[in-house]
Write a protein that binds this ligand. Structure first.
Ligand code: PRP
Length: 181
């Protein structure tokens, strides 16, 4: 897809590459969770696209739920403050929980969420993230299923935003620094 050059610097991961990678990850998920009581949790809002695409590849019985957390405000740097804006609708005791995220950056959001969910006595909690930015980590955190490891550039599209824009782009793109500097 063609993007406005003054807003989007370049495509980092194309939708086609994303779909191919999700095929591989879903194959592993289908094998790893066979026969288990699986709950797939979408972390709003950034994960909506990857969640919908992963979900449609899961071939074993599962339930879904949604959670909204906030760490960023509207800047490009993580504040380190994590708030639960919307909690899960149901308890997770005894369930195998697969959290679906768009990006692990500082790791603060996921670290907080893992600690929080583990107090609710699930059978297991694992993380799937489309994107991983290890250079920016501030806490030790490793996702179980990683789509793409990316460099420290500000990315938007395929669910990811800058000030609530660009979530609708089909590809993961590098935002032009002009847009936020
Ligand atoms: C983004 C992203 C992760 C988090 C990652 O969410 O979806 O939840 O930041 O950053 P971290 O590893 O530094 O904690 P954001 O708060 O921007 O909300 P959104 O998903 O609604 O865009």
């Amino acid at each position: 897809m063609e993007y406005a050059k003054d807003e989007i610097e370049r495509v980092l991961v194309s939708n086609e590459e994303i779909q191919q990678r999700l095929d591989c990850l879903a194959e592993r998920i289908n094998a790893d969770y066979a026969g288990k009581d699986l709950l797939v949790v979408c972390i709003l809002k950034g994960a909506v696209a990857v969640f919908a695409d992963v979900l449609r590849r899961i071939r074993i019985p599962c339930a879904i739920d949604f959670m909204a957390i906030s760490s960023y405000g509207s800047s490009t740097k993580s504040s380190g403050v994590v708030r639960i804006l919307k909690d899960l609708d149901h308890g997770i005791e005894g369930k195998h929980v697969l959290i679906v995220e768009d990006i692990v950056d500082s790791g603060m959001s996921m670290s907080y969420l893992l600690d929080n969910l583990k107090t609710r006595n699930p059978a297991s909690v694992r993380i799937l993230t489309l994107l991983d930015k290890p250079e920016r980590r501030r806490v030790e955190l490793k996702a179980d299923y990683i789509g793409f490891t990316i460099p420290d550039e500000f990315v938007v599209g395929y669910g990811l935003d800058y000030a609530e824009r660009y979530r609708n782009l089909p590809d993961v793109c590098v935002l032009s620094p002009k847009m936020y500097s």
